[in-house]
Structures are given as C-alpha cells and as structure tokens.
Design a protein around this ligand. Structure first.
Ligand code: ZN
Length: 461
C-alpha cells in the first residue's frame, strides 16, 4: 500500500475545526492520521512531502464545468478536461449535460463516467439534463440517469422557459434526493445579447442584456421552488438584484444555494472593450457595482460556492479571425462603434471562457485582499459544492477519502494559455500574474497533479 506523509503544512479543514500546522499521513486511498506537526515519523517506504508554508485542504470541487465530451473533441475531451482540473487543484468536477449527444440518457451518463475512470485524473460527476434534448418540452428520465450515477440535474447553457415543466422537474429531482441547477436567462428580455446592457454595449453599438433578464427569472424560479418545497441551485449569479432576491428567499427558508464564477467576481463589462469575445459569456460580465456585490455576497454567505463554468471554445467559435484588430489590450483602437460585420461576429461568437486552471488563483486574489478567509475559501470551493453534489462530508479526518489539494499561497505565476492542459485557450486572464496555486492534487491517495513534475515535463520555468 502506498503511503504519503504531508509534513508541517497548514491544514485548513473547517468541518474538523482545524486551521493549524499539522502532519497528515495518507495510506492507500484514505487519510490515515492527522497529528501535531513534526510528530509523525515516516516508516521506511513512505513518501514525504515537505509542506512547511503550504496549505493543505480538502480536495476542491467544481460544481459547473463543460468538458465537451461526447461531441466536441477539438474543444475539450474528458481526458484533457480532467487533467486541467487536477492542475487547477480540483479533485472532482461536475460535467454539464450540453454535450452531443446530450446527457439525457443513462448510456451517455455511463459513457462519461467510464471515460473519466479510465482517464485517472480528477473525478467526474455527471450532470444530467432536466429536459429531453435540453429542449424544455419533456422532463428527461431523471431516475434512470440518477441510477447510472448522475448527481445533479441541469439544462445549463439554456434556461428552462416553461414553468410547469420546471415545477415537475424540480419535484422529480427532489424525490431522488438531488438538486436542479438553473441557468437563469429570460431570452425574451436578453435576446442572447452579447454584453451587459449599459455603457459598454452603447460604445460597441450592440444590444445589451439587461439585469432583469436574469433576476426576474431567478425570482420566478425561487417562487416555484418555494411552492414545490424543493431545493434549487442558481448557477453563475451575475447581478446584485439576483443576489437580493436570493438573500430574501434564504431568509424566508427556501432551500436555495447559488454559485458565482471567478470571472464575474473579478471583471466588469469594460473587459469586453479590451478582450472582445475572450470576455463574452452568458450571463455577461456586468457593472463594477455588480462585481462589488458579488464579492460581498461571497463573504456574507449569500453566495455558497465558486464555480468555474469552464467553457472551452476554439478560435473559430470565438470568431477571432473576423474580429482581428477590433479589440486590443489596453483599449479599443477604433471608436465609436464596431462595423456591422464585427457586430455580427461578436453576436455570433460562442459564449464562455475556460476556468479550471485559473479559478483558484483568482479566488486567492480575494483571500489576499482580505475579502474572504482561507477557511471560507475551503467552504466555497470544496465543502459547499460537495454538499450540492451529495458527495458526503468533505473533511481530512482519519478514514476519510484522501482527496487533497495542496496550495502554495505565495507562489507567483503568470497565466500562459499556451501551457494549459485544457485544449482551449479562451481565457480573459492571459498574461495576468497571480499569487498562489495548487502544487499537488491527490485523488483517493493517488497524486494526479504535481507542479514540479509538470514543470519538468514542460521543460523548466
Ligand atoms: Zn450557464
């Protein structure tokens, strides 16, 4: 049996009530012992990882990623996506259902899980569709997919427009002990506009997506969940109005949880002027006041978890050729507005950014700034998403599964998309220098990412 001693780390394990320097011994797939620093003496054959100055935490869990498999291997595969996850410090990710074919059938659920098992990186939790074909017309066969292993239900990528169908789906998921995750967008109001309604949309001469396209739908769906007495999860909240609606529902006892993304927590819509479609996603980047409200909500508990919404896209899908020169870092070269062809390209470009390899680094910016504590980070990126996915207790107490993330909180690094394990490069954070990243990721006792080994593979640096 392989054994690994992580020595003299700062162990941050809120559910065990620990935030202090400890030794942690892993044996086989489980935690064997947690003891005062320096007290565990390794037996012969035990690997020792000297971790003074590093943080050790329960393995990070991402409740919202798109791995594009089956269907779009040019953007991502389960293998590449799970490698990217491990490199980002994630031990488990929840893979959304908007694949081709859609994960609305237990055979697709089983395919995803089997491929992940063979890949041997981070673990994959399959998210199954709420409606057949993501069409919003008939509730999918949730029971069969739950039996095949699905642990969350979502039509993410698309909203569920029909309230009666959503009511039925919420009840069906709740009967299975599972939660539905909702992408909230009233397409009658937003009309899939490429950027937030406001100053930036005006400067570009494009239609904007107003905040009410999100928050009115959030309000509708929380009322539905309250009437049906079912739990519900709101994906990628982007507006301060949505946060107010969610906070009120929580105070009234509705079983609602919600997530925010690193990009909505760190960028406002002015990023579109610099980055074009690299900053285009749904929901769009919002105003500085919305970013501020999201950060406060992370700290005060309105937002329960951070989700990367990792959404890989290739250069063609992002229309980079058509928009060449229309946006440049440092500001737009041409004002006042885009040409008609450029507006069309911006509108047609795929939504989303990759995030698995930058999520922790961006979240650590908020820790270093004092917005959230390291223990709160563990709640937001491990404990609460694991609870949403019904994965059981997330702690590094003895006998618990050894899903572990080791973080160097002070290591400075620059985001270089060319070095991503992800197959896609669509990040708004290219060139940004961050402080802190995962240096070792362990899944059930197996090392699935080791920064030093990875650096050697890449040839230094
Ligand atoms: Zn979504």
């Amino acid at each position: 049996m392989t054994a690994l001693l992580i020595a003299k780390a700062r162990l941050i394990d809120p559910l065990a009530g620990i935030d202090g320097t400890r030794d942690l011994l892993v044996e086989g797939a489980a935690v064997k012992a947690v003891a005062p620093a320096g007290s565990l003496v390794p037996e012969p054959g035990v690997l020792v990882f000297e971790a003074a100055g590093l943080w050790v935490m329960p393995g990070l869990v991402d409740p919202h990623v798109h791995l594009r498999d089956p269907g779009f291997p040019e953007k991502e595969t389960i293998e590449s996506g799970l490698k990217a996850a491990a490199a980002g410090g994630f031990t488990t990710v929840a893979a959304m259902a908007n694949t081709a074919p859609v994960n609305d059938h237990p055979e697709v659920t089983a395919y995803m899980q089997e491929k992940a098992r063979l890949a041997g990186g981070a673990k994959l939790v399959a998210v199954a569709a709420l409606s057949e074909g993501l069409e919003g017309k008939r509730v999918a066969g949730l029971r069969a997919m739950a039996q095949a292993g699905a642990r969350l239900f979502s039509d993410d990528g698309l909203p569920v427009d029909d309230p009666e169908l959503l009511r039925q789906a919420l009840i069906a998921a709740a009967e299975l002990g599972r939660v539905a995750s909702l992408h909230e967008e009233d397409r009658g109001l937003g009309r899939l506009a490429p950027v937030n309604a406001g100053r930036v949309a005006q400067a570009l001469g494009v239609e904007g997506s107003p905040p009410e396209a999100e928050w009115r739908r959030v309000a509708r769906d929380l009322a539905l969940a309250e009437q049906a007495r079912t739990p519900v999860h709101i994906a990628h909240v982007s507006t301060r109005e949505s946060l107010a609606v969610i906070a009120r529902a929580k105070a009234a006892g509705v079983a609602v949880t919600c997530e925010a993304t690193p990009h909505h927590l760190s960028l406002d819509d002015s990023a579109v002027l610099r980055l074009g479609t690299m900053a285009k996603m749904a929901p769009p980047l919002r105003s500085p006041a919305d970013v501020e409200a999201l950060r406060r909500a992370l700290a005060d508990g309105t937002v329960d978890m951070i989700a990367s919404d990792h959404a890989p896209h290739d250069a063609a899908a992002k229309r980079l050729a058509e928009l060449e020169g229309a946006f440049v870092d440092g500001g737009r070269t041409r004002l006042p507005a885009l040409s008609a062809a450029e507006r069309a390209a911006l509108g047609a470009a795929a939504n989303g950014v990759v995030g698995l390899e930058t999520a922790l680094g961006i979240a650590l910016v908020l820790v270093h700034a004092g917005v959230i504590s390291p223990a709160r980070l563990v709640e937001l990126m491990a404990i609460n998403p694991a609870r949403l996915l019904r994965l059981g207790r997330t702690s590094l107490a003895p006998r618990m599964p050894a899903d572990i993330t080791v973080v160097d909180p002070l290591l400075e690094w620059t985001v270089e998309p060319g070095r991503f394990f992800s197959k896609s490069r669509n990040t708004p954070f290219a060139g940004l220098t961050l402080k802190g990243r995962a240096v070792l990721t362990i899944v059930e006792g197996r090392v699935v990412y080791d920064l030093l080994a990875a650096t050697r593979q890449h040839g230094g640096g």
